[in-house]
Design a protein around this ligand. Sequence first.
Ligand code: DOR
Ligand code: ZN
Length: 411
Amino acid sequence: MTILTNAEVFVDGELRKLDIALEEDKIRALGRDLEGDEHIDCSGKLILPGVIDVHVHARDLKQSHKEDWESLGRAASAGGVTTVFAMPNTDPPLETVERVRDYRRRAQAATINTKIYGAITEANYKDLDKLALHVDAFKLYLGETTGHLIVSDKKLHREIFKSVTHTEKILTVHAQRGGDPTDVTRHETDDIRYVLDLAAAYETKLHIAHVTTQRAVEAILEAKKSKLDVSFETCPHYLYFTAKDRESRGAWLKMNPPLATEEDREFLWWALAEGLIDIVATDHAPHTIEEKSVGYEKAPAGVPGVEFTLPLLFDAVSADKLSLKRLVEVCCTHPARRFGLPKGEIVVGHDADLVVIDPEREKTITREAVQSKCGWSPYEGLTLRGWPVLVLVRGIRRNPPCAAPGDGRRS
Ligand code: DOR
Ligand code: ZN
């Protein structure tokens, strides 16, 4: 048995001085002065559940120059992320059983837990029952973006919602038709209302990806009052940047949906602090420096983020902008509950997915430190306080690259 000692552990909504005993891949005991064969001294550190990022693009396959499972795993564990849900807009897309199975095999190269989305397309929507046996959730694109998986026919949407309900899987929707990226009111709220109505009609478990505006959040909160089975996420880039930043930084901040207004950004922070946002996910969308350097029109949409979300949000905790409780809810507990994983809380019997944080460590994000194969970050230059120094994935130690000598190597 391995014992993590002397840390402040996040349990039952607060930090407590406790030991954690790990055996094989599980948390076996929580308490004082636990006995074991091996002790890891975590003095001065905090221990949180590992982050579950329900929205990443792991690429690989024909886009392994942008990211592959190994580099994704490194980037994720550098950021305290122990589980990712990979999106299916790969090349080729994950729309058949064979491709999903192959992708799952390839995902073993990552040093983290991996979950796989299946794409719903015009080619496969009649066959979702079979695909459901191999995927962790389904993704439907109502808008055009990387991968061109858009389904626009409203008749098909109804069939799709009905079929997904039958599979009992979660349906995550990209509810944002294209449009003028400078028009921040856009179609987001209309599209979200449209899918909320479909979910109500067919009793579908709906998750709405990357919500960016106050109006859209309010539309979802309104729908939740009628007991819909719906959840939604926002992403760190909508908390950190606005359309104004895109005007100055161009393609580096090109993404779908596009950045919104300063009022929306402030609203998202407020909603986060109030506990109105279910999940923060990164929409980690790695494209290389070369690909992003060809001007706004031609550059692909998307920004990487998996390795900095926890430090970005933890820095907000250090600055008293967000409580640690909310951070753990949106990054760990809510994603685990929504997607049915025995993770996301530090309790006996759960998977030993843990992140040890040095709350005092300050570091500036630099391009050289980026672990993702894409090789850049929209957050370069930001100095943040509070970084992961040790990550455990089902009990196995993964040293984030920023770990100090000796951290996590005591065995
Ligand atoms: O900006 C984006 N990039 N939005 C998406 O929906 C897809 C993603 C990607 O795969 O590059
Ligand atoms: Zn995405």
